[in-house]
Design a protein around this ligand. Structure first.
Ligand SMILES: C[S@@+](CC[C@H](N)C(=O)[O-])C[C@H]1O[C@@H](n2cnc3c(N)ncnc32)[C@H](O)[C@@H]1O
Length: 240
């Protein structure tokens, strides 16, 4: 790593920022949520989010999905996952490390795909760039790769992927499909966000499914060292 990083706490998660001092004496400052700038610097996301802020979402979601599948008699190699808001591949790498074969990714920004191809070549069978609603090829991709699970690690709420967009994607998955997602505990409550409301009505709707896991966990630390609690949610569609 030929740079040093200073963390600058903010009023909330979306305000936190970084100063990166490069070996050539230049420095740049940007918010952690400016993902394009974070991914553009090799190793920066892993250094800040995983190593210093101890992010756990990608690991927890992979573990819970695989445990639920195992309880249903399904081997990780039988899971074929769509990694939504995949970033530079941290979430995909956690799935692969546990034996998931096929993984297809999407992210809203090209810098995420470029970083995943740069840092984890071969991890993803395909990597789509664009907002999920603007990716008409997703239905075909789900069929082509026989995708049967949807993972979104740290990618829902906070101006990221909306519940309506997530649900449209979910309806494209086959009977018996799984999802494993994480979001801030406040946003997961009814009235807390569009996602909280979506989850509250999820089991009642015909095109929803059954929630198998709903577990609070420490998603990561803030830059000030305070824990941020997210909820891991694993659900499965009826097998039809
Ligand atoms: C906190 S990062 C998580 C990345 C990865 N899942 C991980 O576990 O490291 C959130 C990602 O969601 C992506 N994202 C935000 N809004 C999106 C959208 N509407 N469609 C697709 N990706 C989106 C961001 O670009 C960013 O890469």
């Amino acid at each position: 790593m030929d740079y040093e990083v200073e963390l600058q706490p903010g009023r909330d998660q979306t305000e936190e920022s970084l100063v990166v001092r490069h070996a050539d004496g230049t420095a740049e400052s940007f918010r952690l949520h400016e993902y394009g700038r974070v991914y553009a610097i090799p190793g920066l996301y892993e250094e800040v989010v995983q190593r210093r802020l101890l992010s756990a979402s990608a690991t927890v979601l992979a573990e819970r999905l695989i445990a639920c599948a195992a309880a249903a008699g399904i081997d990780p190699s039988e899971l074929a996952v769509f990694d939504l808001g995949a970033g530079n591949g941290v979430s995909g790498a956690e799935l692969r490390a546990r034996g998931v074969g096929t993984i297809v990714a999407s992210d809203g920004i090209p810098e995420a795909r470029d970083a995943a191809l740069r840092d984890r070549p071969g991890l993803y069978a395909e990597y789509l760039v664009g907002d999920t609603d603007d990716l008409p090829q997703v239905g075909d991709l789900i069929r082509k790769h026989a995708l049967n699970a949807l993972v979104a690690a740290g990618a829902l709420g906070l101006g990221h992927i909306s519940a309506a967009s997530f649900h449209r994607l979910w309806t494209a998955f086959p009977p018996g499909a799984w999802f494993s997602v994480s979001l801030h505990e406040d946003l997961a409550e009814p009235g807390g966000s569009d996602f909280g409301d979506y989850l509250a009505g999820f089991e009642e709707r015909e095109d929803g499914g059954r929630i198998l896991v709903r577990e609070p966990f420490r998603h990561r630390l803030t830059m000030a060292g305070e824990p941020i609690t997210y909820v891991a949610i694993v659900a499965r569609k009826a097998r039809g």
